[in-house]
Each structure stands twice: as structure tokens, then as C-alpha cells.
Ligand binder design. Structure first.
Ligand code: ZN
Length: 124
């Protein structure tokens, strides 16, 4: 699991570690060029990536908010904290989007490895 998450954090295929799985910053290809893993494993698959993005964004928000308050106590600059956290909550999920996809794939592959998936019917 740790290896898959490490690969995901550098935007590589969580299954084999190959690079070049993105066409640009955030556009994920359909499958891995090395191991042929199809990334969207079923309809609605990316809802998990949205959940990962939401949870990580919330964690970053809470961390920044609590950190800013603790570091500047007893006189926190509320306006600066508000502006910073609003900007952070808009920009972070956009920047984190490709990582949320690879992290979701890593988590999903850990709990449902490729060889345990139902295989599509063979075509002649
Ligand atoms: Zn791969």
C-alpha cells in the first residue's frame, strides 16, 4: 500500500510505477502505457477521487486554520486568515486534482487488486 501511495504522490501509475500516465497536468490517459491498467475501472469510479480531494482539502484547511491561530495567538489576524483560507480552499483542490486521481487509484488497487477484478468477456 505504501509503495502504491508513493507512486501516486509523484503522479505515476500506482500499479507499476510507470510515468507518463497524464496527458498534460490534470488529464489522465485511459490506461497505463506500461502495464495496460485501465484507469477508470467502472462507471462512477472517479467519485472516489472527488472524495479523496475533499478530505485532503479539508485536512489542509483545518491544518492551516489551526496553525495560523496557534502561531499568532492571542491576537490572530482574522481577516488575513479568512482571505488565505478562502483562496486556499479554491486553489488547492484544483492543483491537487491529478494527485487525488492517482491516490484514489492507489487506495482502490490496494483493496481491490487487478487480478481480483472480474474480467471482461473475451472477444473473438
Ligand atoms: Zn502501470
Amino acid at each position: 500500500m505504501i509503495r502504491k501511495l508513493g507512486r501516486a504522490l509523484v503522479r505515476r501509475c500506482p500499479n507499476c510505477g510507470a510515468s507518463g500516465i497524464f496527458d498534460g497536468y490534470a488529464t489522465l490517459g485511459e490506461s497505463c502505457p506500461a502495464c495496460r491498467l485501465t484507469f477508470e475501472r467502472h462507471e462512477g469510479y472517479w467519485v472516489g477521487a472527488v472524495a479523496v480531494n475533499t478530505v485532503v482539502t479539508l485536512g489542509v484547511f483545518v491544518g492551516v486554520l489551526v496553525g495560523a491561530i496557534v502561531l499568532t495567538w492571542p491576537d490572530p489576524p482574522w481577516t488575513a486568515i479568512l482571505i488565505t483560507t478562502v483562496i486556499l480552499n479554491v486553489l488547492f483542490p484544483i492543483a491537487f486534482y491529478p494527485f487525488s486521481k492517482t491516490l484514489w487509484m492507489a487506495l482502490e488497487l490496494t483493496f481491490q487488486p487487478v487480478n481480483e477484478l472480474p474480467q471482461p468477456p473475451e472477444t473473438a
